[in-house]
Write a protein that binds this ligand. Structure first.
Ligand SMILES: [Zn+2]
Length: 361
């Protein structure tokens, strides 16, 4: 056994589907999946039902997370279609603002340029503006972030052209950061053909050249993030399957496998799952929160052992090197050898102290 201790690990892009879609995931099942995957903080996206476009909706979502979560959770605002923006004190309750510029599984899409400009002009921070923006939309967001002096975080970069654009912007001093998902680092359009609807997500899987470009430009990629986006098998097998795949329980084993193969170093993993997301999204970390992995152990990914409610994974059948053994959250053992030990509600909802949601523990 080769036990390695990693610090608090942050997944800065998840969809825990709560409230609105409990058959896909809940704060409880999603945060259990996070601990099983060695993740101690998740940042949750706003395309739940109702969408998180106003402070009172964020407060209600925070209350639900406070009751259920077993790891720490931060919440994003979604950009409202009418261009309205939370004020400074309300904006502080969130880890950032999410803008959907390209089409995906949401009713939050901003497709008119004036509304997009209004959000870049008015978002008060302190969190960054996170965007789903590909191609021309990405170029527009980079320009607007510059004009309005906003920090921009580009979600799930998946294309050679897009990572090239981000490299140019960073070289010119732009305040831009970005993330990449394991599915775009491991899978291509050939896998999409093999997997059918289980390989459909946004951005769609790219070519072998796109995948190679992500690995070659790892130095400009700040974070690894899952874009954990579960849907039920029934929905995925329907005539109109929604885009999205789960990822919380497979990201760290895949990354540790890349470390084993010499394609990544452990410090590159820790930078992109700990230091960088903590800095970008102001996530507090502490020395009493850590993850122990057995870096030599082999395991084959199986849908049956997952905590995510959706019960499937596009990585089923892959053998990984590196198994999460124990997770300690603020000094408490919360996961050990396949068992979640934390009680529902024992995780914290970040940034929301002003809402006075704290419960008896
Ligand atoms: Zn997403």
């Amino acid at each position: 056994m080769a036990l390695v201790r990693l610090p608090a690990l942050i997944d800065c892009h998840v969809h825990l589907r709560d409230p609105g879609f409990p058959h896909k995931e809940t704060f409880l099942s999603g945060t259990q999946a996070a601990l099983a995957g060695g993740i101690t903080t998740v940042l949750d996206m706003p395309n739940t039902q109702p969408p998180v476009t106003r402070p009172e909706i964020l407060a209600e979502k925070a209350r639900r997370a406070t009751e259920q979560a077993v790891c720490h959770v931060g919440l994003f605002y979604g950009a409202a279609q009418d261009g309205s923006t939370p004020d400074v004190s309300a904006a502080r309750l969130a880890c950032g603002l999410k803008i959907y510029v390209n089409e995906t599984f949401t009713t939050l899409r901003i497709s008119e340029l004036p509304a997009l400009v209004r959000h870049f002009a008015a978002w008060p921070g302190p969190g960054p503006i996170a965007v789903h923006a590909e191609g021309i939309a990405l170029a527009a967001c980079l320009a607007l972030a510059g004009y309005y002096e906003q920090r921009l975080h580009v979600c799930h970069v998946a294309r050679q052209a897009d990572i090239g654009l981000i490299r140019r912007a960073k070289a010119r001093g732009a305040a831009v950061t970005c993330e990449v998902t394991p599915h775009h680092l491991w899978l291509t359009e050939e896998d999409a053909a093999r997997l059918g609807p289980l390989g459909q997500m946004r951005p769609a899987l790219g070519t072998a050249n796109d995948r190679a470009a992500l690995w070659e430009n790892l130095d400009v990629i700040d974070c690894f993030a899952t874009d954990h986006a579960p849907h039920s098998l029934e929905e995925k097998r329907s005539d109109n399957p929604p885009p999205g795949v789960p990822g919380l329980e497979t990201m760290l084993p895949l990354l540790l496998t890349a470390v084993h193969e010499g394609r990544l170093t452990l410090s590159q993993v820790v930078e992109r799952l700990h230091f960088n997301p903590a800095r970008i999204f102001r996530v507090p970390t502490d020395a009493e929160t850590f993850v122990e992995v057995d870096s030599e152990a082999r395991r084959t990914i199986e849908a049956a052992t997952l905590f995510t409610r959706c019960g499937w994974t596009p990585f089923a059948g892959m053998t990984t090197r590196g198994v999460v053994r124990r997770v300690v959250l603020e000094g408490r053992l919360v996961f050990a050898d396949g068992q979640v030990l934390a009680r529902p509600g024992s995780g914290r909802v970040l940034f929301t102290d002003a809402l006075s949601l704290r419960k008896e523990v």
